[in-house]
Design a protein around this ligand. Structure first.
Ligand SMILES: [Zn+2]
Length: 371
């Protein structure tokens, strides 16, 4: 799996590879971009390129003067084992759960599939990078890599506890020449300005939905063209989100959202509304279910807004365009706005733990009365 498998953001990838080829790679790199933009995938590719045992040519560069990696040597394959970050982190958390209470408190979460590549994810339950994680990095970073040429540290979030950020800053003031730190961030503004100024920032931008749609044709042949078009529009330019999109779950949520909206528009059947909202139960699972329902409701309202504004090309739920156009005949601008406000009330009610089904019913019936 060489760099040519990385989808999109060709310019940023080329610059990073050029710096590698010239042996001018900065000690700290911030990879910024939305969730699913490919930050982690790219950092692991760079870690492999730095440590590949069989780089394509003697100086480790391709014909265009760019560094690549083989993908099958022992360094490449072990580093690649960290690719499924969610699964590796879940394993580390489970291992910690099984420890004695005293050890549990002192154990921090790391992912390591190769001795020279350490992945540092946010540590639960706070889901932030903690000072003990950075201390662990400091203890190791001044030792030379054991099996490769460059030791690599990948922080997968920029949410640092205050003390952790200050410790990291000390490393960045005097980084060893044989180590590279990657900071992955959805929002680099979260990082201390002094950390940002000691790092080189690369931004992975959103891909056009047509490009994602095209890639999905090869990568998700199990989806038909309508499904691919829908997923491409819903993944907001992030290839990783498109590839891991839960289409089935989304379609179920959207079905429920349409029942609620149609009842609110006075065109739906109330027994269907009650039957649907009845299925939203309290508890953790119910919470997740209603959160995805609310997200879907907002998306549908946005699509109705686009239709009102005569911008049908911006509609994301393209596969139900006919349905949406019919709804847009009754749902004028003011109605959509009232609906969005009503959804805000439902969200606030949920935070106060009001019964889910009741607040959804109230949302639909209040809108219906007002229209
Ligand atoms: Zn290799």
């Amino acid at each position: 799996m060489p760099f040519s498998d990385f989808i999109g953001n060709a310019e940023a990838v080329r610059r990073l590879r050029e710096m590698l080829a010239r042996d001018h790679f900065p000690p700290a790199v911030v990879l910024s971009g939305a969730q699913g933009a490919g930050k982690y995938t790219l950092a692991l590719m760079l870690a492999r390129a730095m440590n590949c045992l069989e780089r394509p040519t003697p100086v480790g560069t391709t014909a265009e003067g760019l560094t690549d990696f083989c993908g099958h040597c022992s360094n490449c394959t072990r580093i690649a084992l960290a690719q499924d970050l969610e699964a590796r982190v879940a394993e580390a958390i489970e291992a910690r759960e099984n420890l004695r209470d005293t050890d549990k408190k002192e154990t921090r979460i790391f992912v390591q599939t190769h001795p020279d590549v350490l992945v540092i994810p946010p540590d639960p339950p706070q889901m932030m990078i903690k000072v003990d994680q950075v201390r662990h990095v400091i203890q190791r970073i001044y030792y030379r890599p054991a099996e490769g040429w460059e030791s690599v540290y990948i922080f997968t979030s920029s949410a640092f506890m205050k003390e952790a950020a200050n410790s990291l800053l000390k490393v960045l003031e005097e980084p060893p020449e044989f180590a590279t730190i990657f900071l992955l961030s959805e929002n680099p503004g979260e990082l201390l300005p002094t950390i940002r100024s000691r790092s080189m920032i690369f931004t992975l931008g959103a891909l056009p939905s047509a490009e994602i749609e095209g890639r999905l044709e090869k990568l998700r042949p199990d989806w038909n063209s309508r499904q691919r078009a829908l997923v491409a529009r819903l993944s907001e330019g992030a290839m990783g989100r498109a590839l891991s999109f839960d289409l089935e779950g989304y379609v179920v949520s959207r079905g429920h959202a349409l029942v609620v909206l149609k009842a609110a528009l006075g065109s739906g059947d109330h027994s269907e509304l009650f039957k649907t909202t009845e299925s939203y139960r309290p508890g953790a699972e119910g919470r997740e279910k209603i959160e995805s329902l609310l997200r879907t409701l907002y998306l549908l309202l946005e699509d109705l807004m686009c239709l009102q504004a005569g911008a049908a090309q911006l509609v994301r739920n393209t596969d139900i365009l006919g349905d949406l156009q019919k709804m847009a005949q009754t749902a004028d601008f003011a109605w959509v706005q009232r609906a969005a406000e009503g959804l805000g009330d439902v969200e606030r009610g949920l935070r106060r733990n009001l019964l889910r089904s009741l607040s959804l019913d109230a949302f639909a019936t209040a809108l219906e009365r007002a229209s």
